[in-house]
Design a binder for this molecule. Structure first.
Ligand code: OGA
Ligand code: NI
Length: 356
């Protein structure tokens, strides 16, 4: 879910014959993909790991340790690896099987899911153009994006896609809710206030799958450049091929993960709601020469109706709100249509500078 780089024209590109998939076996990268890109990154000694089962255990001691670890991970990294999450391995495998099938449909068939407008609930494409403040280039990936909650949208082909996406997004929505509750507990926020503000029963959830074909010159193109995500927590799983990098203390790190874990990053609305205590981490998807990579991403937001600013109790503690409030629907809208103003992301536009 690109937030900091999304552009108004980023949804509507579907071209035939020379898609990244077709180009992956050629020896050069056409210039329209060219993106000045240093994909070097450190491999961290360790990344925060959160044991989901400890969060939902009946044992208060285990829970309070897990709640504390979660808040620390969100503060220090804005990122963690979720283990013992209870998503069946068979469901994850089914997800990859069916999205692979989707990506291998004929282009003519996929084209019917091309978006007609930026806010179309089903969007599919290749060749979408991204803009950073000083570059415009084509991303080396094919994708499918769906709005799945509060209303579920999904292509009817391949046949199992509907059921599998529905099951996976329901289960990840429940996980996201538990994580949000735990973060709020760590910050001593009143649960009723949280329920009323975030309105999670009608949470806005997006599903995306990205297909990054292998690239003959991975240093000359990019899957998704550095960005933050718009929601509260984004969940990512991949087909065993590494490629996600996250920024930490000004340096890039490879976010490698154990089999069957879920990579979770804190996103813009969580940073805003917690008045900056949780960091919406910058991340990017880099390419490699050998293997095709597929990621499956679920962005869990508050309700589109939620007007989100920093939680009052935290503003009181901090003496000031560091962000201004905005309806989430409008936030998404401006991300899709306006994106950058004076080179600033929507999150940066919402930041209120300290006058001291
Ligand atoms: C995204 C994203 C990274 C990846 O879809 O927002 O950051 O590794 N994807 O696919
Ligand atoms: Ni992202």
């Amino acid at each position: 879910m690109a937030s900091r780089v999304a552009s108004s024209d980023s949804f509507k590109h579907f071209e035939f014959d020379a898609t990244p998939k077709h180009l992956s076996s050629s020896s050069s990268v056409p210039s329209k993909f060219n993106f000045t890109n240093d994909r070097t990154a450190f491999t961290p000694d360790s990344l925060p790991i959160i044991d989901f089962s400890a969060l939902v255990t009946g044992d208060p001691h285990q829970r309070s340790k897990a709640v504390h670890d979660l808040a620390t991970a969100c503060r220090d990294w804005g990122f963690f690896i979720l283990v013992n999450h209870g998503v069946p391995e068979s469901l994850m495998e089914a997800m990859f099987r069916v999205v692979k099938e989707f990506f291998s449909l004929a282009d003519s068939e996929k084209k019917q899911y091309e978006a007609k407008s930026a806010s179309d609930p089903i969007k599919c494409g290749n060749f979408n153009v991204a803009n950073t403040s000083n570059q415009s280039f084509t991303l080396w990936r094919d994708y499918l994006k769906l709005y799945v909650h509060p209303t579920f949208h999904c292509p009817h082909k391949p046949k199992p896609l509907w059921d599998v996406v529905q099951e996976y997004t329901l289960i990840t929505r429940e996980l996201a809710l538990e994580l949000i509750k735990a973060v709020c507990e760590a910050l001593e926020l009143n649960q009723r206030y949280v329920d009323e503000t975030l309105k999670m029963e009608s949470s806005f959830q997006m599903f995306a799958t990205n297909y990054y074909p292998r690239c003959p010159h991975p240093d000359q193109a990019i899957g998704i450049p550095s960005h933050t995500d718009p929601g509260l927590f984004t969940f990512l799983i991949h087909n065993g091929v590494a490629g996600l990098q996250i920024e930490h203390n000004g340096k890039w790190f490879n976010a490698n993960s154990p089999q069957n874990s879920i990579l979770v990053n804190a996103a813009d609305q969580l940073e805003i709601f917690t008045n900056g205590r949780c960091k919406s981490v910058k991340h990017r998807a880099v390419l490699n020469e050998e293997k095709d990579r597929i990621s499956i991403v679920v962005a869990n937001g508050p309700s589109g109706e939620a007007v989100l600013g920093p939680a009052e109790a935290l503003v009181e503690k901090d003496g000031r709100a560091k962000y201004c409030a905005m309806k989430y629907e409008e936030y998404l809208e401006s991300q899709l249509t306006k994106s950058r103003v004076d080179g600033k992301s929507i999150l940066e536009q919402q930041m209120i500078c300290s006058t001291n």
